[in-house]
Design a protein around this ligand. Structure first.
Ligand SMILES: NC(=O)c1ccc[n+]([C@@H]2O[C@H](COP(=O)([O-])OP(=O)(O)OC[C@H]3O[C@@H](n4cnc5c(N)ncnc54)[C@H](O)[C@@H]3O)[C@@H](O)[C@H]2O)c1
Length: 241
């Protein structure tokens, strides 16, 4: 019960890492509001409050924040929602570039801004998602938009940590390497990509959503009270060499 008495908003909670974090935080005693634009995916989260919203839409985010005020002071915000479009620089359309940046960066800005007053009430912990792609170029991955988006989240998180300090708001980011989710599972059948991913691993297995969930619990809890403005790699050592 490491999060007993804590109120949490998790975005992107319909699937993947966000979903895992919502479930693991609820199991640690937190009151969780799971937010996603995919109503069907949210419907599979048993025993957890849900709210459907497209977090790149300012009005929808305002509605979500108004709903979240009913929970009272907010202690933890997990910004995990994102959509990515891959494409080499000479092939990526401008609309795919914009879609990636809107979902990876604008959603973090809009949601954090909307929930900031609730985080200020008692102080809190913001957990954002950068990526291994924010730190290194990944061979074979056409990720120009994704690297820009995740680099932005990495830098924004430090700024949020500074702006939040006086209010007792901490902000940190998690930088996963390749983590198996419903979305990334499609790549498991791509031998070239998997060989490239595995060649960088110091630990001989792929990342799991639980690996990320354990860190999120620590960063959300009071155990990490002196930790802010930091970025944590969870990538089996892939970016360490
Ligand atoms: N899985 C990985 O290998 C990996 C690696 C590095 C970073 N990350 C980052 O971790 C976070 C979680 O990734 P994941 O793999 O679990 O993603 P995912 O694609 O499995 O799930 C993302 C969820 O966000 C929701 N979502 C997307 N855009 C939204 C919007 N505008 N409004 C509301 N909901 C929206 C989707 O519906 C989906 O349920 C992301 O920020 C991602 O960039 C993941």
């Amino acid at each position: 019960m490491r999060l007993k008495g804590k109120t949490v908003v998790v975005t992107g909670a319909g699937r993947g890492i966000g979903r895992q974090i919502a479930k693991m935080m609820a199991a640690e005693g937190a009151r969780v509001l799971a937010v996603d634009r995919d109503t069907e995916a949210l419907g599979t989260l048993e025993g957890i409050a849900t709210f459907a919203a497209d977090l790149t839409n300012e009005k929808a985010v305002a509605d979500m924040a108004a709903h979240a005020t009913e929970l009272g002071p907010l202690h933890i915000l997990v910004n995990a929602a994102a959509v990515v479009r891959f494409g080499w620089i000479d092939e990526l359309s401008y609309s795919d570039w914009q879609l990636t940046l809107r979902s990876e960066v604008d959603s973090v800005f809009l949601v954090t801004r909307a929930l900031w007053p609730q985080l200020k009430m008692k102080g809190g912990s913001i957990i954002n998602f950068s990526s291994a792609s924010a730190h290194v170029a990944l061979q074979g991955l056409p990720a120009v938009a994704h690297t820009a988006g995740k680099g932005a989240v990495l830098a924004m998180t430090r700024q949020l940590a500074m702006e939040g300090g006086p209010w007792g708001i901490r902000a940190n980011s998690i930088a996963p390497g390749f983590t198996v989710t419903e979305e990334t599972e499609q790549h498991l059948d791509n031998p070239e990509m998997m060989a490239s991913v595995r060649s960088k691993l110091m630990i001989d297995r792929l990342g799991r959503t639980e690996d990320i969930g354990y860190l999120a619990i620590y960063l959300g809890s009071d155990e990490s009270g002196f930790v802010t403005g930091a970025d944590f790699s969870i990538d089996g050592g892939a970016t360490a060499w």
